[in-house]
Design a protein around this ligand. Structure first.
Ligand SMILES: C[S@@+](CC[C@H](N)C(=O)[O-])C[C@H]1O[C@@H](n2cnc3c(N)ncnc32)[C@H](O)[C@@H]1O
Length: 226
């Protein structure tokens, strides 16, 4: 194992504070992560990858406008929106976009709605519920936290929403995908949708962090999730 990968594993291990919740209960798991700020950022309850100076937010703020312009996107379902820490930076430059933010944590949605009454937020578990249709489903930094069976279910429900495009975190690292050791705390791992067991086809866009597909190219996901 390379030093870089070893360090990344240690960093991830340090972020997974244990929880006392039922590991099969996703809502309890992520509510606990939110309430105890398990991802350890003082700026964002959604963790270090959601702070304004993080590389992932810089990348998202670069790529989202490009995709919106290139594909004529007029509505976005953000699944998950987390604490909405950085999304206002995008929306202030795209006031005509119809945006809805979704998250599994009720308290997070209530807090977002209180802080941003003009924005639409909804509580939803994407592994069991289907969001309202939007041109684009945007999913940053969520599937990395889910076990494989839930990754399939989540992406299937994104497709069932009728969205035309999916822009989602897919890490380009050339290492095999691994299962999450446990459905537990803030735990995550690198996840690459281009390789097994997902084997997604060639995307419209792929920068090694965010990848975009036409959902009509992902119909096979519905069979895998069934
Ligand atoms: C690391 S945060 C990322 C938030 C946001 N996308 C961002 O980049 O700031 C992951 C979020 O996924 C949410 N989440 C996890 N599982 C979910 C599910 N099944 N349905 C909806 N949201 C979920 C968590 O509550 C958490 O807010």
């Amino acid at each position: 194992m390379s030093i870089k990968r070893f360090r990344s594993r240690i960093r991830k291990f340090l972020r997974m504070k244990p929880t006392s919740t039922d590991p099969r209960d996703l809502k309890a798991r992520f509510t606990d992560v939110y309430e105890r700020r398990c991802w350890g950022s003082s700026e964002s309850a959604s963790g270090p990858g959601s702070t304004l100076d993080s590389g992932s937010v810089h990348r998202a703020l670069l790529v989202l406008p490009q995709m919106v312009e290139r594909y004529g996107i007029q509505s976005i379902a953000d699944v998950p929106c987390g604490d909405f820490n950085w999304m206002p930076q995008f929306l202030k430059n795209h006031p005509d976009i119809e945006y809805t933010g979704y998250d599994i944590v009720d308290g997070l949605i209530a807090e977002n709605q209180k802080r941003y009454p003009e924005v639409s937020f909804r509580a939803l578990d994407i592994t069991t519920q289907i969001p309202a249709r939007a041109d684009l489903i945007f999913s940053k930094d969520m599937v990395n936290h889910l076990v494989e069976s839930d990754v399939w279910k989540a992406i299937a429900n994104m497709i069932r929403s009728g969205a035309t495009y999916l822009l989602i975190t897919s890490n380009g690292d050339p290492v095999p995908n691994e299962e999450l050791p446990r459905n537990f705390g803030g735990m995550s791992r690198i996840l690459n949708l281009r390789i097994a067991p997902y084997d997604f086809p060639v995307p419209l866009h792929d920068d090694g962090y965010l990848a975009m597909w036409r959902t009509s190219d992902l119909a096979f996901v519905l069979d895998r999730a069934a």
